[in-house]
Design a protein around this ligand. Structure first.
Ligand SMILES: NC(=O)c1ccc[n+]([C@@H]2O[C@H](COP(=O)([O-])OP(=O)(O)OC[C@H]3O[C@@H](n4cnc5c(N)ncnc54)[C@H](O)[C@@H]3O)[C@@H](O)[C@H]2O)c1
Length: 341
């Protein structure tokens, strides 16, 4: 039997590239589609060095539906799509909402057109815990209602979920899963691929590693007066290789028709909250490298605490996180040093 073929949108990006490695190592064939708007095509060399396989990338803008479908059609058929491609800077989305709506919602619509025109039955969507807004109860379960979107980026994730929910409910024979990521971090243990955005890093772990390596003088901890163990915000950090594994399990699940519903959502976090200060200390302990930080005022729009109830994904997809915060920090540091050589 031939290997199932998966179209990975945003395959040259941070999570897409790690997922491609996991898919290839699990026996899938992969084609990537990425226009390099926030990545470098060099990542394909890293994937090849890890897996011994060269992945083809189609360089096209997914928000240009007709052009993208035509370019992708030449390389079908596909058994499934994993849809990562999106712009992801919360900060930028506030200044350029239309750019985010066009790119992210436009690309999402294109994936549905690809499913129709190329007869692709299954899709996995990269969603985010941002869809919960500011949750009232912790940990958050998938039944927690969507909160009001905090910013235009968050609105594109909510919109994606709403559209897929309606699409899969109403399109017989098509199935989908949205994975709501908590805080993806870390890098492949080989240090051959990792997070290397063309945009300025805003997530905590790359900001820590950039500070440690001297690209930033110090990092700002936004607020130490939250109701947490040490006053800083609480997040649920999930290692990118664990995150990648969840995508392979999710596509397996749909291909084997183990799903009970045409569309399902899963929280994807380890289920433990870590404060910003604990994360900084974990980095220092794991690497022996000091990080300069300052305590600043709270940042508008930050949720005090959010972490996942991951019972659904562990029970239904058999996902089990294997890495902890120390391993996230060690791998992120190894990658930071490797990419600056
Ligand atoms: N990294 C996080 O913290 C996080 C958290 C929650 C959800 N997500 C979601 O996960 C997905 C992947 O995130 P990531 O961290 O790997 O981001 P990334 O920026 O590293 O990867 C996204 C990739 O998509 C490509 N892309 C964007 N728009 C495109 C378009 N119109 N056509 C073709 N290619 C396009 C970019 O060039 C990039 O390579 C995104 O949808 C993001 O919103 C990420």
């Amino acid at each position: 039997m031939s290997s199932p073929r998966i179209l990975v949108t945003g395959g040259c990006g941070y999570i897409g590239s790690h997922t491609i490695v996991d898919l290839l190592e699990s026996g899938y064939e992969v084609v990537s589609v990425d226009n390099g708007i926030n990545s470098s095509f060099d990542v394909l060399d890293g994937i090849e060095a890890i897996t011994g396989k060269r992945v083809m990338n189609i360089d096209v803008d997914l928000s240009e539906t007709a052009e993208a479908v035509a370019a992708i059609k030449e390389h079908g058929p596909f058994d499934g799509i994993i849809h990562f491609a999106a712009l992801k800077s919360v900060e930028e989305s506030v200044f350029k909402p239309l750019r985010y709506f066009r790119n992210n919602i436009g690309s999402t619509l294109t994936t549905m057109k690809i499913m129709e025109d190329l007869n692709v039955p299954h899709l996995i969507f990269s969603s985010s815990c941002t869809v919960y807004g500011t949750p009232e109860n912790l940990p958050v379960t998938e039944d927690t209602p969507m909160g009001r979107a905090e910013n235009p980026y968050g609105a594109t994730k909510q919109t994606g979920e709403i559209l897929y929910d309606q699409y899969f409910k109403n399109k017989t024979g098509k199935t989908g899963i949205s994975l709501r990521y908590f805080n993806p971090a870390g890098a492949h243990p080989s240090a051959l691929i990792g997070e290397s955005p063309t945009q300025k890093a805003t997530n905590l772990v790359p900001v820590i590693t950039e500070t440690a390596i001297g690209l930033r003088e110090s990092l700002m901890v936004f607020g130490d007066d939250y109701p947490s163990r040490d006053g800083s915000c609480i997040r649920d950090y999930v290692h990118v290789t664990d995150l990648a594994r969840a995508h392979t399990l999710a596509i397996d699940h749909l291909l084997k028709q183990m799903n009970h519903r045409p569309y399902e959502v899963y929280n994807l976090g380890i289920g433990q909250g870590v404060t910003v200060l604990e994360a900084i200390h974990a980095f220092q302990e794991a690497t022996g490298v000091n990080v300069n930080y300052m305590i600043g005022p709270r940042r508008a729009g930050d949720v005090a605490a959010i972490y996942a109830d991951n019972t659904r994904i562990t029970d239904q997809l058999g996902w089990k996180p294997e890495q902890d915060i120390q391993s996230i920090m060690r791998s992120a540091w190894a990658w930071e040093k490797a990419r600056r050589k």
